[in-house]
Design a protein around this ligand. Structure first.
Ligand code: FAD
Length: 449
């Protein structure tokens, strides 16, 4: 029986395993060093915040794996011998494979800052990081202040987590506005305000020079590069992005760039070796996408696609329209298609932006200047129907059409306030249009003929 070995039990590896099982009787072994059972990494924050226990982050009961004949091995893969098709594992016997899937995810970036390995300095990625955070920052008596370095999605999550335990937080963001390499100006500025309203000491245009130690090798303070200011703290959270976790593959003969290089079929340069999820790097980016996408749902899609290939239905990875969602403290964010920040925006991309006068709610639509075709949408504090935007992007709808039918896209629960009338009114005034909002139509939403 063909033996499929998967390294990594994150969303990518486990999705591949589940789908290979659905499609075949192959022997499947998943090796992972972090935990025996798959858990939802995106839910880690809620464990620290007391909303759930770690066990609740595991979507499958422990008996699921035996029932589905997916063998789980705990251990660190230190070497892959692609000639002999052997995986060497620290802490477990070697495994022979017929096909190998590398799904080893990411690790937090460290940029060689002096003091980056001191006690009390950590990233937020793994189950072990969560446990370490409990030790380093159980409360505001042990951790009188935390400094977070790096203003992305994980940084803001860490800030939110620490604030739930009343730990003062200083948040260092190198850019002059939060996440403005990704978010357009209006949105990024709204999030700056929101962070500050949550009593987080947000420092824009501030970068880390060094982390200073006390006499026991524990972090005592950080020094800022620009001003030389020293900020006393007991925890430094390093959240300046992530890098593929692939060091163990260096002498394996598998082609590496920043990640494991793969083609559109998620195949590496070595026969029968594949890579998926955060650690996979496309030789050439797909459309506007980045060659490496460290995002939950792309890992899931790659796992599903690769299972087909492994089960003799060779399938190309086609991720479709970009979408993502996240949370900035209590503001929900969704994005569909492409809305670029001022830093990445093309000449031909126009934006329409509406922001609620009082609440932290806003929307940005991107469209082509000439054809007025919708390119993408970002929303903060308004929930949208994924399938509607997917359809509008597929159908290359014009931005006027989108405005007219905006109510169809709203997915907020009943009795939520709706803002479509205000949004359309601003659109009409910004662009000299006279769009009239259509009433919600279930037939149209669900495309009932
Ligand atoms: C705090 C946090 C919040 C996030 N929130 C979101 C979100 O809201 N939305 C979103 O889209 N994405 C989010 N992400 C990103 C998302 O979680 C990742 O994109 C996703 O988990 C990657 O899945 P993966 O299967 O590729 O790898 P991983 O989940 O990293 O799994 C890889 C596994 O392989 C193991 N491993 C690595 N090397 C070896 C080895 N040599 N031997 C054995 N085992 C090994 C690792 O220990 C790990 O368990 C978040 C990430 C973090 C850290």
């Amino acid at each position: 029986m063909e033996h499929i070995v998967i390294i990594g039990n994150g969303i990518a590896g486990i999705t591949a395993a589940r789908h290979i099982r659905k499609l075949s009787d192959k022997k499947i072994t998943v090796v992972s060093v972090e935990s025996k059972y798959f858990f939802s990494r995106t839910a880690l924050m809620y464990v620290y915040m007391g909303h759930m226990k770690f066990e609740h982050t595991q979507p499958y009961e422990n008996h699921f794996w035996k029932k589905n004949r997916i063998e789980l091995v705990e251990g660190y893969v230190s070497h892959v011998n692609t000639q002999e098709k052997i995986v060497q594992i620290d802490g477990a016997p070697d495994l022979n494979y017929d096909k190998l899937v590398i799904a080893t995810g990411s690790k937090p970036n460290k940029f060689g800052w002096p003091g980056q390995d001191l006690d009390g300095v950590q990233g937020l990625y793994s189950k072990q990081d969560l446990e370490l955070l409990e030790e380093n920052a159980p409360n505001n008596k042990v951790c009188k202040r935390a400094v977070i370095v790096g203003g992305g999605l994980i940084g803001i999550e860490l800030a939110e987590m620490l604030r739930t335990r009343n730990i003062p937080v200083t948040f260092l963001v190198r850019e002059d506005s939060f996440w403005n390499g990704v978010l357009p100006k209006g949105e990024s500025e709204m999030i700056n305000e929101h962070i500050r309203e949550h009593h987080i000491d947000l420092r824009l245009g501030a970068s880390l020079k060094e982390i200073n130690s006390d006499e026991h090798g524990k972090v005592k303070s950080v020094t800022l590069a620009e001003s030389g200011e020293q900020i006393e703290c007991n925890l430094v959270g390093l959240t300046a992005g992530v890098t593929p976790n692939i060091d163990f593959l260096k002498d394996s003969g598998i082609e590496l760039g920043r990640g494991v290089k793969v083609n559109r079929f998620l195949e590496t340069n070595v026969k029968d070796v594949f890579a998926i999820g955060d650690c996979a790097e496309q030789h050439e980016a797909i459309g506007n996408r980045r060659p490496i996408e460290a995002v939950w749902y792309t890992g899931r899609m790659m796992g599903e696609t690769l299972a087909q290939t492994i089960c003799d239905n060779r399938m190309e990875y086609k991720p479709g329209h970009w979408f993502n969602s996240a949370k900035f403290l209590d503001i929900e964010y969704q994005t569909y298609g492409w809305v670029f920040s001022e830093k990445r925006k093309k000449e031909t991309e126009a934006h329409f932006h509406w922001r609620h006068p009082k609440e932290k709610i806003c929307i940005t639509l991107a469209f082509d200047k000439d054809s007025e075709t919708l390119l993408g949408i970002n929303t903060f504090g308004i929930r949208l129907r994924h399938e509607i935007f997917d359809r509008w992007l597929n159908d290359k709808r014009n931005v006027d059409y989108v405005m007219e039918h905006l109510v169809d896209a709203n997915f907020d629960p009943e009795f939520y306030k709706n803002f479509e009338a205000q949004i359309v009114s601003k659109y009409n005034s910004d662009f000299g249009k006279s769009i009239k909002l259509k009433k919600k139509n279930l037939k149209r939403i669900f495309q009932i003929a």
